[in-house]
Structure formats: structure tokens, C-alpha cells
Design a protein around this ligand. Structure first.
Ligand code: 7TS
Length: 409
């Protein structure tokens, strides 16, 4: 399938916005959904909507098969050893909070360190701030190189024998940098710490092998990888998950309930209290089938090409500042930028009038904005359905924005 054929599988892209064909460049916030995903969810609600793991009736069995079948698809997608290591959550945020609240509270105390980096998303900062306050542990930040990359030398000096948890994003939602997770995990382990990976921006765009990375936990969201909102994944090594306490209690996650004491189901269900996100998991399973049919390596290579094209074209615009590494080979498919003194919200507003959707703001990364010495930026992010033509339209939209604001001031 070429990009044009892929694009046709996303019905939402075939529309006009403000009188112009939609150019959707905000996939890092959430991706669009292809027909097979929409159909899988539709089919579930039309044909076999039912609760899972309880009834013996036919619809209940079909729903359970759909839900647990999706878990197996996720297992294969990330190469986890077993489905016991795959927990369905609401998304990356919930997944990281679960690790912080359960593993963090049980394993941290005064004098221990948690290491994160300046480029993290708020979802990979605040849960650690909270658990640090609760346990007396110290939160430490890995510095960044001038181009926004992480150096392994800095990892070696920041991670110490007191470090218990290292939690880093695999791909930055602002700088587009791809962090050397496997090498960082090795350093974490040499110091007796565990490695948590925020895979929100990597799982949609590249092949992930948790056994090869040797990470202890991996968090990601379905909605950024062609799946529906409200579903995400927490992968964890069985040896950790087995020892961890659930963070939500109630139906579904219990084995035996007494008046004053209860016991939990085995993995992974002890972490899935309440009626689970059945349609979401089924939709995520369909998204994984879709991505695998195209090929994660192909998607990654295509996005690199788009990023290189965008960097080349955008840098020709006078007054353009692009954040992150200059070499396209070091970055994933997104470009974060500012033009002259035009506020990024104004950039996004002018582009919207042209039918072009980009994100403006701090991108839930305020510490990184501080490091970049800006309050906000604009960001164009690409996915498998974008084309060079979309980027050409972005560039002419940006030229227009510049002209518009030079007339105003
Ligand atoms: N981690 C990273 C690296 C992210 O990019 C995001 C969402 C999250 C965690 C949180 O994911 P959630 O699904 O739990 O919300 N990032 C963005 C973004 O860049 N623009 O909107 C959301």
C-alpha cells in the first residue's frame, strides 16, 4: 500500500475544513482511525456487546475472546513473554501512574532516587513527583545536550547506586528525538535500578521489542496508534507484577472476597478492576493488525523521510526556529517550531483557516519549554497517512502566516 492508498482508509481525512481539504498534522496528540478499527468497534457493539469473564452465554464468550484475543495481539506486538505481562489501562498516563503508585510506593524510601529527564511529558513527571513526596525519595533530572539529545555519559553520572527507578520516554513528543533506551536500561540495571519506558510516541511509529530493550515496564496509548481513545497498555516484567499490589479494587480483579479480607485474581487481571474497556481493547487489536499489515519498519522509514522533507522545506522559511536535532536521521516524524515573534497559537489559528491542523502550546512538557527558553511552540506531527503534499501545504501556510503578521505589525 502506498501513502495515498493508506490515506483512503481514513475516512475523516476526506473532508474540507474552512473551505480547504483537511491537512491533519496533529497525530502526536491523537492519530486518526482507519476503517478496520472503526468497523471492529462497530461490530462489537452491533453483534456481541457483552461483559467479559463472567457469563457462560454466547455473547459473553465472544466478548471475552475478543478482549483476550486483543491482549495476545499486544503481547506479540511488543514481544512480551506472556499475556500475564500485558495489562490494559486507560492509556500512558494511567500506566505510569500505576507503576508509580504500586511499585514506587512499595520500593522507594528516603535516600532513594528516581531519575527522569528534562524532556519528559507531564505524565512521566508528576506521578514521580507525587511518589517522591510520599516516600521521601529524591527526583533527579538527566540533563540534555544542546540539540536536545541525551548523552550516555550523563546517564552514567546521574544514575547511581541510590537510583531505584529510571523513567524515560523513548521518543520525545516535542523534540522528536529517539532516546537510546536499551543502553539506558543497561546502565539502570548495572546500578540496581529498574527501567520504565514511556512509549506513547514510539509504539505507534516503530517496532518495539520489550525483551530486546530489557525494560521493566513500558507504557503506551491506543489512541496514538490508530486505535480508540480510552485504552492503553502497561507492560511489566512478571517478576515485578507478581509482587505488586493493585491500585484499583473492586469487581473483576478479585479471587475471593471475605468480610474483612480479600484475595486477588492472578496476572494480569488483578490490575484490571471493574468492567474493562472491552470495545477499546478490541479496537486496539484491530489497530495492531492494521499497523502490522503495513509494517512498523516501513512506517518508521516513511516517517523519517517525511521528517527529512519537512525539515528541509521548513528551514528555507526566514525566521524559522526548529527545536531538536538538525539531522533528520536523529528524529521521529514531527517538527516543533516557532516563526519570528509570532505566537504559536496565532500560527495554529492562521493554519487552521487553511484547513491545516497543528498543535500549539507547551505540549504537556513545561520543564522542557523552560529548558528551551520558550513558553510555547507550534508542532506539526506526521503519521503514515501524511504525504509530502501535506508538508508543501504546511510550508505555504507558514509563508502566508509570516506575510500576514508582517502586514499586521
Ligand atoms: N507521554 C508522551 C511522550 C506523550 O506524548 C503523551 C501524550 C503522553 C505521555 C500521555 O498520553 P495519554 O494518552 O495518557 O494522554 N502527548 C500529547 C501530545 O504531545 N499532544 O497531546 C497529547
Amino acid at each position: 500500500m502506498n501513502a495515498r492508498e493508506i490515506r483512503q482508509m481514513f475516512p475523516i481525512l476526506d473532508q474540507e475544513v474552512n473551505g480547504n481539504p483537511l491537512v491533519y498534522l496533529d497525530s502526536a496528540a491523537t492519530s486518526q482511525k482507519p476503517v478496520p478499527v472503526i468497523e471492529a468497534i462497530d461490530k462489537y457493539y452491533r453483534e456481541y456487546n457483552s461483559n467479559v469473564h463472567r457469563g457462560v452465554h454466547t455473547l459473553g464468550t465472544r466478548a471475552t475472546d475478543g478482549y483476550e484475543g486483543a491482549r495476545e495481539k499486544v503481547r506479540k506486538f511488543i514481544n512480551a513473554k506472556s499475556t500475564e505481562e500485558v495489562i490494559f489501562t486507560r492509556g500512558t498516563t494511567t500506566s505510569i501512574n500505576t507503576v508509580a503508585a504500586s511499585y514506587g510506593r512499595a520500593n522507594l524510601s528516603e535516600g532513594d532516587e528516581i531519575v527522569i529527564s528534562y524532556m519528559e511529558h507531564h505524565s512521566n513527571i508528576i506521578p514521580w513527583q507525587q511518589v517522591a513526596k510520599q516516600t521521601g525519595a529524591t527526583l533527579k533530572y538527566l540533563p540534555l545536550q544542546e540539540d536536545g539529545t541525551i548523552s550516555l555519559e550523563d546517564v552514567r553520572t546521574t544514575v547511581t547506586a541510590d537510583t531505584k527507578i529510571v523513567s524515560i520516554m523513548q521518543v520525545s513528543n516535542v523534540l522528536g528525538v529517539m532516546n537510546p533506551i536499551k543502553e539506558i536500561a543497561k546502565i539502570a540495571h548495572e546500578n540496581g535500578a529498574i527501567m520504565v519506558v514511556d512509549g506513547a510516541q514510539s509504539a505507534p511509529h516503530m517496532k518495539i521489542d520489550v525483551q530486546d530493550l530489557d525494560c521493566d515496564f513500558l507504557a503506551f496509548s491506543g489512541h496514538k496508534m490508530c486505535g480508540p481513545t480510552g485504552i492503553g497498555v502497561l507492560y511489566g516484567k512478571k517478576m515485578h507484577l507478581e509482587k505488586m499490589e493493585p491500585v484499583e479494587f473492586g469487581g473483576e480483579m478479585i479471587d475471593f472476597v471475605g468480610l474483612y479480607e480479600s484475595t486477588w485474581k492472578e496476572l494480569p487481571w488483578k490490575f484490571e478492576g471493574g468492567t474493562p474497556i472491552i470495545a477499546g481493547a478490541i479496537g486496539l487489536g484491530a489497530a495492531i493488525d492494521f499497523l502490522e499489515q503495513i509494517g512498523l519498519d516501513e512506517i518508521e522509514a516513511y516517517e523519517h523521510k517525511l521528517a527529512a522533507y519537512a525539515m528541509e522545506k521548513m528551514s528555507t522559511i526566514d525566521g524559522m526556529t526548529i527545536y531538536g536535532p538538525k539531522e533528520a536521521s536523529k528524529r521521529a516524524g514531527l517538527v516543533t517550531f516557532n516563526i519570528d515573534d509570532v505566537h504559536p497559537h496565532d500560527v495554529a489559528t492562521v493554519l487552521d483557516a487553511e484547513g491545516i491542523a497543528v498543535r500549539a502550546g507547551h505540549h504537556c512538557a513545561q520543564p522542557l519549554m523552560k529548558w528551551l527558553k520558550v513558553s510555547a511552540t507550534a508542532r506539526a506531527s506526521f503519521y503514515l497517512y501524511n504525504t509530502e503534499e501535506d508538508i508543501d501545504k504546511l510550508v505555504s501556510g507558514l509563508v502566508k502566516t509570516k506575510e500576514y503578521f508582517s502586514d499586521v505589525f
